[in-house]
Design a binder for this molecule. Structure first.
Ligand SMILES: NC(=O)c1ccc[n+]([C@@H]2O[C@H](COP(=O)([O-])OP(=O)(O)OC[C@H]3O[C@@H](n4cnc5c(N)ncnc54)[C@H](OP(=O)(O)O)[C@@H]3O)[C@@H](O)[C@H]2O)c1
Length: 162
């Protein structure tokens, strides 16, 4: 099964100039807790913005470039949906970690979403798709702990497909 994990602003912004727009340490800790020892799927741009291979996670990286190679046994480069079919059908939870192009591409196959909703608008160039309430049901919502580095509130929201 595929699950999306994302942190998004009130206006659905998720990034700018191939970077994140906030540093939210509790959210990063949660990302690590949820994804550790799982497979994570991402676009080439997000992979490059990570700047490294995250420990104890298998990385699947989408690109259309047939020459794109990563010399690391924990990274598999894929070029088509067919190549991730096994992860869609798997009983194990596999995380789709972005960015926008990959969220759009895989959303129809995702059954659960872990969304950090930041209660502030940000100016950016990359957006999370609108969450269609006729498709997605909110199953939990929890306020994130106050963060001395940030002036906004945020919530951890979990959605499941209806
Ligand atoms: N807030 C969050 O939770 C969060 C999470 C992740 C990322 N982000 C942000 O999102 C931004 C990056 O998102 P993005 O949408 O620009 O890029 P992306 O989805 O990370 O990567 C896009 C790349 O994926 C490949 N790709 C896309 N569709 C494909 C397909 N159908 N088949 C094969 N390959 C495909 C292409 O690589 P090639 O060009 O190599 O062909 C494309 O350029 C950054 O600002 C990042 O910081 C935010």
């Amino acid at each position: 099964m595929l699950s999306i994990i994302v942190a998004k602003a009130k206006n659905n912004v998720i990034g700018k100039n191939n970077q994140m727009l906030w540093h939210l340490s509790d959210d990063l800790k949660r990302f690590k807790q949820l994804t550790l020892n799982h497979t994570i799927i991402m676009g080439r741009k997000t992979f490059e913005s990570l700047g490294r291979v995250l420990p104890n996670r298998k990385h699947i990286v989408f690109t259309q470039n047939p020459d794109f190679k990563v010399n690391n046994e924990n990274v598999e480069v894929v070029h088509s949906l067919l190549q991730v079919q096994e992860y869609i059908e798997s009983d194990e939870e596999v995380f789709v970690i972005g960015g926008a192009m990959i969220y759009h591409l895989l959303m129809p196959y995702v059954t659960k979403m872990y969304v950090t909703e930041i209660h502030k608008d940000f100016e950016g160039d990359t957006f999370f798709p609108k969450i269609d309430e006729s498709v997605w049901k909110e199953i939990s919502r929890e306020k994130g702990p106050e963060d001395p580095e940030n002036d906004f509130e945020y919530e951890y929201v979990i959605y499941e497909k209806n």
